[in-house]
Design a protein around this ligand. Structure first.
Ligand code: MSK
Length: 630
């Protein structure tokens, strides 16, 4: 492996501890301290049996009081909580997608946003039955953005994107009654069903949870991913670097954090503006360095090779380096803690969205129509702040790894094409991957997604599972903070092929890929649904028959539950390393881990022991191979 070596969890932690020492010097709070203060957690909340959806309560279920004041039992309460959790996640992803559709409506040849992938736009138009002949590409973009926005509130019919799935899957959805109608409607229905005095039957609540999740993955998130590609380019493999060592002591460091690429793309553009670079130099900096945190980082890494400073539980660390001039955020996964923390340093905490407004931040409204001037104002504020840096507080841990990212479905198909040795034209299909799986060169695939959660030693579950899977010739596709964990450890360095079993190693060599493939941000899990659908069609089997499973070993957010629900509903068995808050109801546990299998041919497995979680995934993949006779 030459001088290649993975960064260990212990090295991650050593770097964090050193940063926490700086934090202690300046009186900074940290998530590590807050976890201690919050422990032990409320058992009723953990089990999902605390109800506070009307003001007769809150009611808590115990042996002595098995029903709330309205008479709802533990199953109804846990079920309603689970559905509300899902609705929160579905609303969040779908609203992100809606913003992207609105941004698409502003595109013009000389505007802030343009069409970068016109071929993809035409492909979607064709898929949606829109005439493209003789139409200007911008006219077409506006037409499709309006059609997509109508998907959020149309009175009749189901989501357009569902047709991408194999017919068998569509039939299952129809028979189970979980085809999502208008995207917003599924969230509204979820809120209505869980209002006091409505549903308390677990089966009905779980069914709507799947449907609300589907409105995200096969609705709002798919809009977000597809139209982001149209405007900012469909990702293709690009080299970058990851971990805190990507921050630069001699440059202005701007950290972009959040989710919507409309903001981060513009910040990247203006960070390259000669006027801004000149300003930075006049203040003694050698340039402007943009790096990312969380899914915003995934977006700009995949399209521009912008380095990834860290994932969810690293967000405070970027400020603790003392070298962050501005942390610029839009929506989701942003710690309110960044406000008070940034006040301990010179860092500007810049909020930009009416959706995510926080105390102790500088609010600079960012809108698509005025994106250019807003972004320039933000970059200027960051650059001017370089003069306020306190040199004595600067410490950037010198940890970073090389990573190759940008494996959209299109890129995976194109890249794996090189593995085929035949004269058969396989362009545009996943056949080479199907062949590798059928022959056993690759045993199967795992889609690993999700966050960090202090309930798990940060990133250890992601990284240990990935190492175990690739060693067993299982290819891993990644998104969200799971992807950043891999990149920071070095698993997205192509040299990590040496950690694979012989079969996967050979594929990595032939296709020149790392053993774990970065597919993007949280909304980009919709890419994984498209890939699974294509694989099933090309293999001539159902999605549930593929040796493919989903995994979220360190998940924490409502979005993750929405994702889990649409991944399972798509027919992909999903393995969780953190327990959903339903354990107070054996009926809810039954529905999620067994009952839904009758509807969608897949279910959840929960296993908190990471070693056993990995074994269970491998066993499930091998079971599926046996069932297929391969
Ligand atoms: S950012 S939802 S912590 S993956 Fe999408 Fe990471 Fe989870 Fe947020």
């Amino acid at each position: 492996m030459g001088d290649f070596k993975l960064t260990t969890i212990e090295e991650f932690e050593e770097a964090t501890n050193r940063l926490l020492e700086t934090g202690a010097k300046v009186g900074a709070d940290s998530w590590q301290l807050r976890v201690k203060n919050q422990t032990p957690h409320c058992k009723f909340g953990e089990q999902g049996i605390c109800c506070r959806i009307c003001s007769m309560g809150p009611c808590r279920i115990t042996k002595k009081s098995p029903r709330g004041i309205c008479g709802c039992d533990a199953h109804g309460i846990a079920g309603r909580n689970f559905l509300r959790f899902t609705a929160g996640g579905a609303a969040t992803h779908s609203d992100h997608g809606r913003e992207i559709c609105h941004t698409l409506h502003t595109v013009s040849p000389d505007g802030n946003y343009k069409v970068k992938d016109s071929e993809k736009l035409r492909r979607i138009a064709k898929e949606w039955g829109v005439e493209t002949e003789g139409k200007d590409i911008y006219e077409l973009a506006h037409e499709l953005s309006e059609m997509a926005l109508l998907e959020y509130g149309k009175p009749f019919g189901v989501q357009r994107w569902l047709k991408r799935a194999p017919e068998h899957t569509q039939k299952l959805w129809h028979e189970a009654g979980i085809e999502p109608r208008a995207i917003d409607r599924e969230v509204s229905t979820a809120m209505h069903m869980t209002h006091m005095g409505n549903s308390s039957k677990p089966e009905a609540l779980v069914r709507q949870s799947l449907r609300a999740g589907m409105s995200d993955g096969w609705g709002g998130s798919m809009c977000g991913t597809e139209f982001s590609d149209v405007m900012f380019g469909t990702p293709k493999p690009v080299d970058t670097e990851a971990n805190l060592g990507v921050m630069k002591e001699d440059e202005v460091n701007i950290i972009v954090h959040g989710h919507d690429p409309s903001l981060s793309e513009m910040i990247c553009e203006y960070a390259e503006d000669p006027e801004m670079i000149q300003l930075a130099k006049s203040l003694g900096a050698n340039g402007i360095n943009v790096a990312g945190v969380c899914c915003t980082s995934n977006e700009v890494a995949m399209r521009r090779g912008i380095p990834m400073a860290g994932n969810f539980l690293q967000q405070e660390n970027v400020v603790l380096t003392g070298a962050c001039e501005a942390i610029v955020v839009d929506v989701q996964c942003i710690f309110p803690a960044l406000g008070p923390l940034s006040k301990c340093f010179h860092t500007k905490f810049i909020t930009t969205s009416p959706i995510a407004q926080m105390p102790d931040s500088d609010f600079i409204l960012f809108e698509a129509e005025t994106a250019g001037e807003n972004a320039k104002k933000i970059v200027r504020a960051a650059v001017e702040n370089f003069a306020n840096r306190k040199k004595e507080l600067v410490h950037i841990p010198q940890l970073k790894q090389k990573a190759t990212v940008g494996y959209s479905v299109e890129a995976i198909i194109k890249t794996l094409d090189t593995v085929t040795n035949s004269q058969i034209d396989v362009t545009g299909t996943t056949k080479p991957l199907v062949d590798c799986i059928t022959s056993g060169v690759i045993r199967g695939a795992v889609a690993m997604v999700g966050c960090n959660n202090p309930r798990v030693r940060p990133d250890s579950a992601h990284i240990e599972l990935m190492k175990k899977l690739i060693k067993n010739d299982i290819i891993v596709v990644l998104s969200g903070c799971s992807a950043q964990a891999a990149a920071r450890a070095g698993l997205m360095d192509k040299r990590a092929k040496d950690l694979c079993g012989a079969g996967l190693k050979r594929v990595c060599e032939l296709a020149d890929i790392p053993p774990v493939l970065h597919m993007g941000s949280c909304v980009d899990i919709s890419r994984m649904m498209v890939l699974a659908s294509q694989l099933a069609k090309d293999a001539g089997v159902n999605i549930s028959q593929l040796p493919l499973v989903g995994c979220a070993p360190e998940w924490m957010s409502e979005k993750a539950v929405s994702i889990g629900n649409y991944v399972v509903a798509t027919g992909i068995d999903t393995f969780l390393g953190v327990e959903p808050q339903v354990s107070g109801s054996d009926q809810m546990v039954h529905w999620l881990t067994e009952g839904i299998r009758d509807w969608v041919e897949a279910a959840y497995t929960v296993e908190l022991d990471i070693e056993k979680l990995g074994d269970a995934m491998i066993a499930r993949i091998e079971e599926k191979r046996v069932a297929l006779g391969i």
